[in-house]
Design a protein around this ligand. Structure first.
Ligand code: TPP
Length: 639
């Protein structure tokens, strides 16, 4: 049994106010204790480890120097906020991170007054911070607003829109660029190369010149501590950097693990800055935990792990994950068709495109955290006769929606959208749930919208998307492993707009869109046991709908249930719309549409979430019984 880390100093710091009493010289010790506490907690819960380890000193320094929560501290993405949670009254619950009823893995307004802005999607912190800074000025309150943003998140257009606006407004906003030279994967793009150049010292200026500059700008004399810090940091970059051109006073790079560097700079900025300031802080992802420092992904996201060895617990998979089936299928198809290209927005491994990157590096593009650009970049490739697979998680595709509408769908360009993490994702909670893609895509003219019921279907859909060149096409599939069906050697080309009957019955029809199919089949067993002959169909397409299939189900059954892992407005709504326009609802058919509940469902395991949503075997049986005016009593496993 491993014992908890000894944390005598941390035990005295429950809130940032307690931190004010800790001597500057003891802060490195506190940092070690926060690190140990965080490592121990995440070893039990799993979660984001590397990013938080990299900002321990920065988080302590900010809370030491600034007056949170009156001063507003915003973490971009929020996945690096575990040290912040430990220091802001949530340490006693830190081992509930990402668990059902536990702390969120991100910042969350409802959770603490120290989280003034919720996050999880990246690159929002400068906009939100600017709004707070301007709001505070308008209200006549004098407070500091600090946005901490990573170099990966800085690659998104939204961050630049905010910088541009902040420079023009000349608002009193402090942006801390946390540069660890990593996104989830190594960062890509000219921006990361630019930051690396700044950090490598090419543009450093001398200490004396720096002193003059800071004095001139901040209107205060540079004290001895800051002069020392400047020396230690090898200098500051100022003058002519991109951030300065945008209207920011640019300080750095400084060593983000040294309190000697962080404290004097933050104090000076707090006391003297008047316009927007950007502090470029260099940190190391995974800092202080050797297994993380050595890992290629710096332990960005981990399962539970052994603290001593760093070895992560791996559940034995029963079937390959949807992500890997997609990645393999795409590589296979790319071998047959050299027009296939792959695009990811900073998620090569998460989306399975890493396999394509390894096999066909010149035809695979990691564009950085830039979903909007990814979609329109794919549209451009499609105009040149390529077959772009723009692989973006359901939740992040939301950010590229106008590009899907305006740049892809209106022009009828054949961009393929593989949509991973469709449906509930578990521990990441509502910010990452893939709830809306069917709703927002199936409403677009021209769009073909598919959902895979299992991993073999996914393979068919990859092949179908390769073959379909008449316009945009999407296919959704969930996080996690497949259902264990045998995979075909190669996918088949599906007929567009045709579903399939999986099991024939006569009284109840279950029409599934996506991976709820397996629960439909289980529910059918229970219904049959209760004497209700049940048909199960896999719609495959939400658009175009299989009208013949729907007519057949409607005319020959007493009950028709649609079921999907998506919000209202998706597959079921399209089926109902079609049925009402055809008069199929006019003859006593009992129809129910099962969708995700109209709430932000909190984190839990996906199975628990589906049970809560009523979208599992028991929920389906209950819905059928409800439609028939019966109550469920003693029905097999569903009872
Ligand atoms: C809009 C959006 N796209 C993708 C992601 C997935 N994602 C989470 S963290 C991350 C990397 C962030 O890199 P950086 O800002 O440098 O922070 P670090 O983890 O290195 O501290 C990515 C791509 C996201 N959260 N939001």
């Amino acid at each position: 049994m491993t014992s908890l880390p000894a944390t005598p100093l941390l035990d005295t710091v429950k809130l940032p106010a307690d931190l004010k009493k800790v001597d500057d010289r003891d802060l490195p010790k506190l940092a070690r204790e926060v690190r140990d506490e965080m490592i121990d907690a995440v070893s039990k819960t799993g979660g984001h480890l590397g990013a938080g380890l990299g900002v321990v000193e920065l988080t302590i320094a900010i809370h030491k120097v600034f007056n949170t929560p009156e001063d507003r501290l915003i973490f971009d993405v929020g996945h690096q906020c575990y040290p912040h949670k430990i220091l802001t009254g949530r340490r006693d619950r830190i081992r509930t991170l990402r668990q059902e009823d536990g702390l969120s893995g991100f910042t969350r307004r409802a959770e603490s007054e120290y989280d003034p802005f919720g996050a999880a999607h990246s690159s929002t912190s400068i906009s939100a911070g600017l709004g707070m800074a301007v709001g505070s000025e308008l209200a006549g309150t004098k407070r500091n607003v600090i946005s901490v943003i990573g170099d990966g998140s800085m690659s998104a257009g939204m961050a630049f829109e905010a910088l541009n606006n902040a420079g023009a407004l000349d608002a009193r906003l402090i942006v801390i660029l946390n540069d660890n030279d990593m996104s989830i994967a190594p960062p890509t793009g000219a921006m990361s190369a630019y930051l690396a150049r700044l950090a490598s010292g090419r543009a450093y200026m001398g200490v004396r010149e720096m002193g003059k500059k800071l004095t001139g700008y901040l209107g205060a004399s540079i004290d001895r501590a800051i002069t020392r810090a400047v020396e230690h940091a090898r200098g500051y970059v100022t003058g002519g950097t991109m951030f300065e051109e945008l209207g920011f006073y640019h300080i750095g790079p400084i060593d983000g693990h040294s309190f000697d560097h962080l404290l004097p700079v933050l104090r000076n900025v707090r006391d003297n800055a008047h316009g927007p300031v950007l502090i470029h802080v260099v940190t190391q992802k995974g800092k202080g935990y050797p297994p993380a420092e050595a890992a290629a992904d710096k332990y960005h996201g981990v399962n539970k792990f052994d603290v001593i060895t760093g070895a992560q617990a791996k559940a034995k998979p029963n079937a390959p994950s949807y992500t890997s089936v997609f990645g393999d299928a795409l590589v296979q198809e790319a071998g047959f068709d050299d027009k296939i290209v792959g695009i990811t927005a900073a998620m090569p491994d998460g989306t399975g495109l890493g396999k394509m990157l390894a096999a066909y590096p010149s035809r695979t593009f990691d564009v950085g955290i830039a979903e909007q650009h990814a979609v329109t970049f794919a549209a451009g490739l499609a105009t040149e006769g390529f077959k772009p697979f723009c692989a973006i998680y359901s939740t992040f595709l939301q950010r590229g929606y106008d590009q899907v509408v305006h740049d892809v769908a209106i022009q009828g360009l054949p961009v393929r959208f593989p949509i991973d993490r469709a449906g509930f994702v578990g521990a990441d909670g509502p910010t990452h749930a893939g709830s809306f893609d069917t709703t927002f895509l199936a409403t677009l003219p021209n769009m073909v919208v598919m959902a895979a019921a299992d991993e073999a279907e996914l393979k068919h859909m990859v092949r179908t998307a390769v073959a379909y060149d008449d316009g945009p096409i999407s296919f959704r599939y969930p996080r996690g492993e497949g259902v264990g069906v045998e995979l075909p050697e190669r996918g088949e080309i599906l007929e567009i707009g045709k579903g399939r009957i999986v099991k024939e019955g006569s009284k109840v029809a279950l029409l599934s869109f996506g991976t709820r199919l397996k629960d439909c089949l289980l529910a059918a067993e229970d219904l049959e046991a209760a004497g209700l002959s049940t048909t199960v169909a896999d719609a495959r397409f939400a658009k175009p709908l299989d009208h013949d299939l729907i007519r057949q189900l409607a005319r020959h059954h007493e009950v028709l249930i649609t079921i999907e892992e998506g919000a209202v407005g998706g597959f079921g709504s399209h089926v109902l719309q079609f049925m009402s326009s055809e008069g199929l609802l006019d003859h006593g058919l009992k129809v129910r549409s099962m969708v995700l509940p109209d709430i932000w469902m909190e984190q839990a395991s996906p199975d628990v979430m589906y049970a809560k949503a009523g979208l599992d075997r028991a929920g389906i049986v209950k819905t059928v019984f409800g439609a028939l005016g019966k109550t469920v009593v003693g029905v097999g496993a569903a009872g």
